[in-house]
Design a protein around this ligand. Sequence first.
Ligand SMILES: [Zn+2]
Length: 121
Amino acid sequence: MNIVRDKKIIAYKNRQTKKFAFNLRRLISEAVMYEWSRLGDKQKNKSTVEYINIENKRNDLYKTLDASICLCPGCNQTDKDMYYNATAEVWFCTQCVQEYRDFYIKEFSKNEKDLFYESFL
Ligand SMILES: [Zn+2]
């Protein structure tokens, strides 16, 4: 893992745009999780091969949602300003980013490295 410094923050200034974007993120997240659950129900009483194929689809859905701007993988919120972590290739909310930064500064000495937490600096 190499640190990639490509900082992007999505923060809506207009109240109506923000409300629309957050509602859209919530709807997409709920639709994905509904499909994820539906596929889980389909796994019951399936052969091992069918079960694994469905599980792979569920994993793809979950990973895609987790990496999207729709929801923060740190807190699962859909109504936050978002920050793109190019190293992890994942969007996090700005609140979680600050918590990861604070944790890194508090927990790691100058000699210790943790690339995941360092990628938020
Ligand atoms: Zn968060």
